[in-house]
Ligand binder design. Structure first.
Ligand SMILES: *Cc1c(COP(=O)(O)O)cnc(C)c1O
Length: 424
């Protein structure tokens, strides 16, 4: 009998995310990780310029994090989290609250970014419900991405990703992302929605909308929108799943804001990209609505793997590294390098909207087609860079880099140079 290769088995048995099933392409079989590199079964090395879907901060197989996880594994791998607790979850909650804005007071654990958002939405809804108030409408930005579960999809943009599920998504009021031109209209639109009195919360990706193409917007405009929500006593939810943990140049994107959001959603970089873990934190006044001996006011939400001890230990180790000065020097170095590269390429007639925020740089290739995810440019760009040993997965015609913080200046230069030769 013929023995199947790994490639054949992958094709036969595995269904990959966001992957058309016809024609079925072969996947690169990654067998090792080393710092900013992923290495496949043929010993090809790829520079991971997008931190493996934006999760990796300190490099693949970072030995410090690996060591801490291994120590945790010998102590406790996982335990039930209702009626029980464990030291890593307690310590992580304490340490996260030290980094979050001072208005944050409780940490609720789940296991990925979508569930962190799902928890935030349910927490906000029940906050009103527990006070016998009917507020069930959410406001979100156009082109938002908050995850792939039903609640997080509902608050996200409606597009080819959500078409098949549209009938079952709940109604959400989407407002445009604020720009110099439309800020007054956006404010007016927000106020007129809030005046109806049935709004539970406003959810947003602070400063940078990730999945819709690294769209960046002004801190001051978000501050104004949050101030309006505060005036109308509407809960504000910062989805920092992508922007958290230094990505935008500060610990959290919300650190740039004067008005602090009431709820935070964290995941991706939370564990340095080692383990799935989600966190939803909330301000004291939100938790207060649950302080009741009436059992019906309990927050009935939980996942089997809530506060998984192994994941918590990865997050604690990643926090240790985030608290090192060296990490922040690297973040500054990346931002500076991005800004210099921006100066260089922004004159290219083939590009538009070159933008930088912290460790993120993005720009758009001028193409005939409309810029969206299914844009044909994206596939050929990915292949071009893979051949050069660089992992870049453009969102449609939008290029972006979001590298691990351990990347060297010389490695950034390799990526920049290859982008320039691509443009030629
Ligand atoms: C990736 C992402 C999510 C979803 O996180 P998953 O872990 O993929 O479920 C939610 N919000 C934002 C802003 C994201 O970038």
């Amino acid at each position: 009998m013929k023995v199947m290769t790994s490639e054949e088995k992958d094709r036969a048995y595995v269904w990959h995310p966001f992957t058309p099933q016809l024609p079925l392409k072969s996947n690169i079989n990654i067998t090792r990780g080393e710092g900013v590199y992923l290495i496949d079964d043929k010993e090809n090395k790829y520079l991971d310029a997008i931190s493996s879907w934006w999760v990796n901060l300190h490099g693949h197989c970072n030995s410090y994090i690996a060591q801490k996880i291994s120590e945790q594994l010998k102590q406790l791998e996982h335990s039930i989290f209702s009626d029980f607790t464990h030291p890593s979850a307690i310590l992580l909650a304490e340490r996260l609250l030290k980094h979050l804005p001072v208005n944050q007071s409780k940490i609720f654990y789940s296991d990925n970014g979508s569930t962190a958002v799902e928890v935030a939405l349910k927490m906000a809804l029940q906050f009103w419900h527990n006070q016998e108030q009917t507020k069930t409408v959410f406001i979100a930005f156009e082109n938002a991405y908050h995850g792939d579960t039903f609640g997080s999809m509902s608050v996200g943009a409606r597009n080819v990703f959500s078409n098949a599920f549209e009938a079952l998504l709940f109604d959400v009021q989407h407002i445009p992302l604020p720009t110099d031109k439309n800020i007054n209209e956006v404010k007016d639109q927000l106020i007129s929605i809030l005046k109806k009195g049935n709004v539970a919360g406003f959810i947003f990706e602070p400063l940078v909308q990730g999945a819709s193409g690294m769209r960046m917007y002004e801190t001051s405009y978000l501050d104004e929108l949050i101030a309006i929500c505060n005036k109308h006593k509407v809960i504000t939810i910062a989805d920092e799943v992508m922007t958290g943990f230094g990505r935008t140049g500060k610990f959290f994107a919300s650190d740039y804001l004067l008005n602090k959001p009431d709820i935070f959603c964290l995941s991706k970089g939370l564990t340095g990209g080692f383990m799935p873990l989600g966190v939803t934190s909330c301000a004291g006044f939100i938790h207060q609505a649950y302080l009741s001996t009436d059992k019906a006011k309990t927050f009935f939400h939980g996942h089997s793997y809530t506060a998984n001890a192994t994941a918590c230990s990865a997050a604690l180790a990643s926090l240790d590294l985030m608290e090192k000065e060296q990490t922040w020097l690297q973040i500054k170095m990346i931002e500076k390098a991005h800004l210099m590269f921006k100066e260089k390429i922004c004159v290219s007639p083939k590009l538009k909207n070159v933008r930088v925020k912290g460790t993120i740089i993005a720009f758009e290739l001028k193409t005939e087609e409309h810029s969206h995810y299914l844009n044909a440019a994206s596939q050929s760009i990915s292949s071009y860079f893979l051949e050069k040993g660089i992992i870049l997965r453009p969102l449609g015609n939008i290029f972006y880099l979001i590298p691990p913080y351990v990347i060297k200046e010389s490695e950034l230069k390799i990526i920049y140079d290859s982008i320039e030769s691509f443009l030629k």
